[in-house]
Design a protein around this ligand. Structure first.
Ligand SMILES: Nc1nc2c(ncn2[C@@H]2O[C@H](COP(=O)(O)OP(=O)(O)O)[C@@H](O)[C@H]2O)c(=O)[nH]1
Ligand SMILES: [Mg+2]
Length: 350
């Protein structure tokens, strides 16, 4: 009798505890389970695909049209394909190299499916390159170059945010002192991404700003420094001399730096981007290319031309203006995104 009188309350309490645990577990699962991932930020790979929708659609429509002529024989198909690639900004030389490799692979008997597959694989092979080096010094210094308006400052903002998110101490150096707006723009990105900023008044000597920046980087134990530069000077030789001076200042303060020199190119300028790049390659020791505004062009073939003609690895592609719209360039992922475009679907997206 005595026993059963306390057994009941104990059972009630245990039951309540059990119910509480079940509710807690279900709620927790709702927060961390697959449902939460679906409502989080869009998967970046989708952004790449969406960004490349116009470029992919145009290229794939033309490739499919060329391959539709398969009964006409391999040479006719390849000649149509060459035209398709050139009009997508792949460039005559690069298109020829690509199709020679396709021809060698498929042989005379190749049908449309084989040609498509070979083209895809040869594009990946042509674009493939080692990724950017992982930072192996502190401070790790990245110099960012390119003509005005290509997206240098935006790229620095996006890259800086990435590093800051990974828990690194990031510093932006406002080396483009030509326009007050350029410095302000970098300041906004710094604030947004939690990066420190070193700036001087507009019109200051870029080398002096960079000198300050390097001193600050060492003093504040900064992990990664991004140096913004001006892309417009009165003459090309002035621009190149300025860049040389900036590089020397950086190297004096941090031996071995700059560890990376990125050249930013605007994909919407097509073959002009390649001509522009050559000037920079002569003067600056470019280690990697950032190709921006791929979302703004239907001629995504420029990626292949840039890689083949310049021989410098593409390290990042920009597919929009927001912080998540920069992707590390992975050849297979990029070509997949181009080829994955369902032409009907991308017609709706575009
Ligand atoms: N659509 C698109 N716009 C971009 C991209 N990258 C930069 N921009 C825009 O291009 C313009 C010039 O960029 P900015 O970073 O100021 O170029 P900078 O003069 O080289 O520093 C700005 O309006 C950017 O928002 C991109 O990948 N896609
Ligand atoms: Mg700028």
């Amino acid at each position: 009798m005595l026993q059963s009188s306390w057994l009941l309350p104990v059972l009630v309490v245990l039951g309540m505890l059990g119910a509480f645990v079940v509710v807690w577990a279900v709620r927790r699962r709702l927060h961390t389970g697959p449902g939460a991932a679906a409502t989080a930020a869009p998967v970046p790979r989708d952004r790449l695909r969406r960004g490349l929708a116009a470029a992919g659609r145009r290229l794939m429509e033309q490739v499919d049209a060329a391959l539709g002529r398969a009964p006409a024989g391999l040479e006719a198909v390849l000649s149509d394909l060459e035209e398709a690639l050139v009009s997508a900004d792949v460039g005559v030389r690069t298109a020829k190299v690509l199709l020679d490799r396709v021809r060698q692979r498929v042989g005379r008997a190749g049908g449309a499916a084989e040609v498509r597959q070979a083209l895809r694989e040869e594009m990946v092979a042509l674009l493939d390159a080692p990724p950017p080096p992982a930072p192996a010094a502190r401070p790790w210094v990245v110099l960012v170059t390119g003509v005005n308006g290509v997206g240098k400052t935006t790229t620095i903002g996006k890259l800086g945010a990435r590093h800051a998110e990974a828990g690194q101490r990031v510093l932006f150096v406002a080396g483009d002192t030509f326009r007050a707006a350029a410095v302000d723009q970098l300041a906004i990105w710094a604030e947004r991404s939690g990066a420190a900023l070193v700036r001087q008044a507009p019109g200051a000597d870029p080398s002096a700003v960079v000198f300050d920046g390097m001193k600050a980087a060492v003093a504040r134990a900064i992990d990664v420094v991004f140096v913004d530069t001006a892309g417009r000077l009165h003459t090309r030789s002035n621009l190149m001399a300025e860049l040389g001076k900036v590089r020397r200042v950086i190297a004096r303060e941090a031996p071995g730096a700059p560890h990376e020199t990125l050249l930013v190119l605007d994909a919407t300028t097509g073959q002009n981007a390649i001509a522009q790049a050559r000037s920079f390659l002569e003067a600056a020791d470019v280690t990697g290319i950032v190709l921006t505004k791929l979302d703004g062009t239907a001629r995504g073939g420029i990626v292949l031309a840039v890689r083949h003609e310049l021989g410098i690895p593409i390290h990042y592609v920009g597919v929009g203006e927001s912080v998540d719209d920069l992707r590390p360039f992975i050849a297979s992922e990029f070509v997949d995104a181009l080829f994955a475009v369902d032409t009907a679907e991308s017609a709706r997206v575009a």
